[in-house]
Write a protein that binds this ligand. Sequence first.
Ligand code: ADP
Ligand code: MG
Length: 499
Amino acid sequence: MSFTVNSPPTVRHFPLSRTSIGRTPRVTMVARSNSGVSVSTATALPILTKLQHDCATPLPVLRHVADAMATDMRAGLAVDGGSDLKMILSYVDSLPTGNERGLFYALDLGGTNFRVLRTQLGGKDERVIDTEVEQVSIPQDIMFGTSEELFDFIASALAKFVKKEGGKFVLPNDRSRETGFTFSFPVKQTSIDSGILIKWTKGFAVSGTPGKDIVACLNEAMGRQGLNMRVSALVNDTVATLAGARYWDNDVMVAVILGTGTNACYVESVDAIPKLQGHKSISGRTIINTEWGAFSNGLPLTEFDREMDAASINPGEQLFEKTISGMYLGEIVRRVLVRMADGSSLFGKHIPERLRTPFTLGTPNISSMQQDTSDDLEAVGSILYEVTGMDSNLAARKMVVEVCDTIAKRGGRLAGAGIVGILQKMEEDSKGIVFGKRTVVAMDGGLYEHYPQYKRYLKDAVKELLGPKISSNVVIEHSKDGSGIGAALLAATNSIYEH
Ligand code: ADP
Ligand code: MG
């Protein structure tokens, strides 16, 4: 793309969002060379060119990533610790069919909020009769408290929610309530209804839980609340998404989360899991949680990725996640902009401190900037000014949009290659199982949902890799909030009662 700017070097700069009303950003004056390219743009251009080169994902790179994903999956299935991919057994052997009936609960703990949900299922004809959801935020002191405090807090919120049960929600007299428990922290699962917490992540520092069975912790806390309820399925959010999507569509074979972090799971044949010892599955199939965020083979990384990784709390880990997920895309862009600002007067002489602060620029910001189709990129200017304090002229804004696009394109295309890797592995094991018929990949997460260019790049990469014929059978479908109902459905399929 050319950076010859024909419009005047200064651009009128209108604040766009409500928060910016009343503040008029300064406009930078930029010297211009005879060629019409502003001097500052010309010095930043090599940084962009190198970035685009280093982030390039032509077909051979995508192919390598897809093949390596398939190979790493196999290695992780062979033995524990056999590859970057943990390939964790979910113990979910039976997926929802649509015949589920009765009242089931779900509890989702995965971040600063937790959600409780109840659903009344009416089998094939009536399907989901009614659903109610409540969200509760977890106070800071609970996130840093003791295990008992946390689980008592959860159980007490759940007890309050249960008290409001009524209307279309009916529990047969002789039964206990059953709940699915979506728990998005690293767990060593030991059965469908038990799992040992390996460590807290995402800002949780609750003492006393690591090494303990979290289902036992919750069951005990529910007992202390006098709550007549048991956990019948402990699942990860990806697995719950797959189950939720599968309830409506029997062709769902893979689920992918692209939100703050990323992960994927899929339906695997038990015969293809050498490390599986003594685990019997009546269906002959089980869901594997890949933990693909840890994938690292052959990724096109830049100096900016390496610096971000080195400064992270987990250097050398979660490299795929750091390249493709929402927590990091904005931060990579910010690091590139700092380099451009330091090396040129592209954003004026004074570089605001805010631009130098890690994680000031979020992925939602870079996504919003890419949606600006105006001639003078007003929204880009406003976002840059509001979020980082930077002034910009049109040339600088164009450059910023190119940087955002480069990082989103690499992320989306690599995520697409990862999906193809999973499908390819399944197909290699059993010819025709995914490519010979309609196959659905259920997608969820804020990044996938709210970043249209990212989504487009992901789908394009899948098409490029599979070719027109096979890709016409592969449906990549957004399954919004399937994970809540998915966990309740897994409580139903793993119920101790016949239904
Ligand atoms: P989580 O992954 O924390 O469970 P979500 O699935 O809702 O939550 O994803 C939230 C993430 O999605 C945010 O951290 C952000 O990276 C990304 N995101 C949210 N809104 C947008 C947006 N408008 N454009 C791009 N990415 C977004
Ligand atoms: Mg989530």
